[in-house]
Structure formats: structure tokens, C-alpha cells
Design a protein around this ligand. Structure first.
Ligand code: NAD
Length: 430
């Protein structure tokens, strides 16, 4: 098949490369000519494990093409995938303007019976809005479908090749048949459902995962008050088959490019349809309120930020990505810096990305963790990159100033081991 993918961000680029790998001809459309020519040379705008090779291979084979011109990419396309961003607007609702703009630009070039798939995360009802926009700009017959994306940054290529499930949100039998054929090479169960169900499933999944984080953070706070250890509690509940050991991440708060905006939109959507009983709003509020509380706890442990040197390990929103959207670093570092501390930071991939937002709020961009901790009074691990899991604690102790504080917001270390090495250990819920 010939596919046009609109938007070459995390979802669009990975999707385009994976469908090209399976023998389709793919045109990936973005707005920036410079980005397109860089991509043609195999230069990616962001870091994602395994993606560079995949893009290069498929560009070389001629199956993956990049362009800024809708008039080139859309006319041959059997399938058009909209994979543009849907960030939070100022009022917390999903800003769908990029989805509408992409649909409008594609419309005049559609070939007969093309299928427009919305992969971006959008609320139920969006397909009809897009359909109306497209209808105004074409006389060609076309079809709408919703195939929400579930990939995770850091494992996006693997997740796209081997998804847990593929939701085909479509109602016309001929469209369902073509979409089943398109997704056939991907492993993972395919579930056919109404487009509205597919769209609401995406929000449900993200809101549920976000809720688990808020929930375990609440338990972590109780654990701290009672002398319990939240990691022990996780094991205790997780061995119950109904609960499971996976996906319990006590920490500062949930962040990243999806959970915060999707919970906010679900909360707004519930209100729009007259079902705003406040659950999702409360989750969002509890999450937002947690960070200042945690920062106050760290400040007390350090004895105030003023004139201290603080090392920060991890600037991305999670490991194996350079994405810093809604990353803890963007909220934590400005507070520490405004409190009068000198900050020294290290991240394996996200320094450039963080620099755009943090600029001079970081005094030293270190080339490794050991340079970052030099002469610091405290070290804060913000992200569970693998290389932070087995740091040489003896070396770090020697490099830091006297009586160092070890703030482990990901609970990577055993508190006793760290304490024995001469640090004051501060974890989450332990
Ligand atoms: P992104 O910000 O990384 O990429 C969006 C891309 O769309 C950008 O390259 C932007 O330039 C481009 N774009 C915007 N308007 C355009 C237009 N009119 N024409 C062409 N290109 C245009 O976003 P993302 O992280 O890839 O997310 C895309 C969608 O997928 C969002 O709705 C998001 O919620 C959802 N999603 C994201 C993830 C994730 O982990 N990032 C996972 C699942 C779903």
C-alpha cells in the first residue's frame, strides 16, 4: 500500500519507518524543509533507540520518503495517517488545531476511497469534526478511522513492531478489511471497535496508568509517616494476582508528553458531556500538588538550597529518550536555582533538549555523573537511566563535599547500603 503519514514526531516517524519496513511505500510529511532534508540523510530530530538504523535502511531502499508537500504525498496514498501533536491548550483541553490543519491540507489531494486514520490522541467526536473539514475541501469519496497509538518513548520501535494490541476504530466493513490487511505484519492482538471506543480507550489507558502513579505516591507518603517502606508494600500487594507487580512507580509525579495532557483532557471531556464528578480533575490536582511538597522535603534534608551545590542526574522525562516535555528536571532545577544553589547536571541524551528550556539555570552541564557530583552537597537522581543504577558510591562520596545527601527519587538504591557509605539517604516512601 501507499501511506502518507502527517507529522514526523515520535509517533509519526516511528510509524512511517515501521510501515516502510514491511514493504509499503511511505511518504512522511512535515512542515520544515530543513528537517526533511536532514531526515533524508538519516539525521533524526530526536533520540529513540533503534530508530536511526530503521530510518536509514528504509530511506536507502526507497520505501521511506520525506517531503513538506502535501501535493506530492497525498495523491498516491491509500491511507493517510494523522500523527501530529495534540498538546494541552491553556484551559487543559486537547488542542486539536494541528489535527484539523493537517486534515484541511490533505483534503484537496485525496484520491478516491482513501482512508484517513487519526493516530493522534483525540477525544471521541473528533472524527466527525475532521470529516466535516475534509468534506469542505474535496469532492472525492473518503473514509475515516481511528487507530490510536500506544507506543512508549524509549521503546517506541519495539512497541510498534510488537504492540500489546492494535485498536481498529472503524465501522465500514471495507475499511476494517483494508486496515486489518495493513496491520497484518505487526504482532499483537487486533481489536475492532467503534472509533469512539478506540479514542476513549486511549484516554482510559493513560488515565489508569497515571492513577496508579498518583495512588502509589499517596501510599508512599503514608509509608514515610509510619516508618514503612513503599517498595516492600509494592511487593506485598503486587503478588496478589488481581493487582500485579508491574507498573508501580512511586516518585515525584507523573510527567512526560502524554499523561498530564491526557488526564487533563479526560477531565475536561467528562465535564463537557455532563459527567464531571471530579475524579480525573482530582488525579491531575494531586499530581500537580506533589512536586512542591517533595521539593520542600528535599530542601529540608539539604538544609536549604542557598549557596549549596546540587548535582542532578537525569534531565529527560524518563530513560532512553531525550524528550524533556513535562520532565521533572524542568520543574525541579528552576526551584533549586532560584533558591540560590549552584546546579551541576548530567544526562546521557537529553542535555541539548534540556538546555533549550533551562539555559543558565544549570551552571554546569557535566559530561558524566562523576563530574556532576564534584564538590556537591547533595545529589538528586531524577531519572532511572541504567547508568545511574550502579554508580561507584565510594568514588562519589570522595568527590562530594562532607556529609553528602543522596536524594533518590526513583528508589534505585537500597537505603542501608547508601547510608553505610556515609551519605544521608532520602528516597520516596521509605
Ligand atoms: P510530536 O510533538 O513529537 O510530533 C508532532 C509532529 O507533528 C511534529 O513534528 C510537528 O512538527 C508535526 N506537525 C504539527 N502540525 C503539522 C501539520 N499541520 N503538518 C505536518 N506536520 C505537523 O508528537 P508525538 O509525541 O509524536 O505525538 C503525536 C500524537 O500521538 C499526540 O496526539 C500524542 O498524544 C500521541 N501519542 C504520543 C505518544 C508518545 O509517546 N510520544 C504515544 C502515543 C500517542
Amino acid at each position: 500500500m501507499t501511506i502518507a503519514v502527517i507529522g514526523v514526531g515520535f509517533v509519526g516517524l516511528v510509524t512511517a519507518a515501521v510501515f516502510a519496513k514491511f514493504g509499503n511505500t511511505v511518504w512522511a510529511i512535515n512542515r520544515d524543509e530543513k528537517k526533511s532534508s536532514a531526515l533524508k540523510r538519516g539525521k533524526l530530530p530526536f533520540f529513540e533507540p533503534g530508530l536511526e538504523e530503521l530510518v536509514k535502511d528504509n530511506v536507502r531502499s526507497g520505501r521511506l520518503n520525506f517531503t513538506t508537500e502535501y501535493s506530492k504525498a497525498i495523491p498516491p496514498a491509500d491511507i493517510i495517517m494523522i500523527a501530529v501533536g495534540t498538546p494541552s491548550a491553556a484551559d487543559g483541553t486537547a488542542d486539536l488545531s494541528a489535527v484539523f490543519a493537517a486534515a484541511k491540507s490533505a483534503a484537496p489531494h485525496l484520491k478516491k476511497d482513501a482512508i484517513i486514520i487519526i493516530k493522534s490522541t483525540v477525544p471521541p467526536g473528533t472524527n466527525d469534526q475532521v470529516k466535516n473539514i475534509v468534506k469542505k475541501h474535496t469532492s472525492a469519496n473518503f473514509h475515516m478511522a481511528s487507530v490510536p497509538e500506544f507506543l512508549r518513548e524509549g521503546t517506541a520501535v519495539e512497541d510498534t513492531l510488537h504492540p500489546d494490541r492494535i485498536l481498529i476504530g472503524a465501522s465500514e466493513p471495507s475499511v476494517i478489511k483494508r486496515l486489518l490487511e495493513l496491520h497484518r505484519p505487526l504482532s499483537g492482538e487486533t481489536v475492532i471497535m467503534k472509533p469512539e471506543s478506540a479514542q476513549l480507550t486511549k484516554y482510559t489507558a493513560n488515565a489508569y496508568l497515571a492513577t496508579r502513579i498518583v495512588f502509589i505516591n499517596q501510599i508512599a507518603d503514608l509509608a514515610e509517616k509510619t516508618g514503612a517502606d513503599v517498595q516492600e508494600i509494592i511487593r506485598g500487594i503486587g503478588l496478589d494476582n488481581r493487582i500485579g507487580l508491574h507498573y508501580w512507580w512511586p516518585g515525584l509525579q507523573y510527567g512526560g508528553s502524554c499523561f498530564p495532557k491526557d488526564v487533563k483532557e479526560l477531565s475536561a471531556y467528562a465535564k463537557r458531556v455532563g459527567e464531571g464528578d471530579g475524579l480525573f480533575e482530582k488525579i491531575d490536582r494531586l499530581n500537580e500538588a506533589r512536586l512542591p511538597k517533595m521539593l520542600a522535603k528535599f530542601e529540608t534534608a539539604v538544609g536549604g538550597w542557598k549557596n549549596k551545590t546540587i548535582a542532578i542526574l537525569g534531565l529527560s522525562f524518563k530513560p532512553n529518550t531525550d524528550d524533556t516535555r513535562e520532565a521533572p528536571s524542568l520543574k525541579v532545577i528552576p526551584v533549586i536555582s532560584a533558591g540560590g544553589a549552584r546546579t551541576q547536571a548530567y544526562d546521557p541524551q537529553a542535555i541539548q533538549s534540556a538546555q533549550r528550556f533551562l539555559e543558565d539555570k544549570i551552571n554546569l552541564y557535566a559530561s558524566d555523573p562523576y563530574q556532576a557530583v564534584r564538590n556537591a552537597e547533595a545529589l538528586i537522581i531524577l531519572v532511572e537511566w541504567d547508568e545511574f543504577r550502579s554508580l561507584d558510591l565510594n568514588r562519589i562520596k570522595k568527590l562530594m563535599s562532607a556529609n553528602p545527601v543522596f536524594i533518590d527519587t526513583r528508589n534505585l538504591y537500597n537505603p542501608e547500603t547508601v547510608t553505610e557509605k556515609g551519605f544521608k539517604y532520602v528516597g520516596i516512601g521509605r
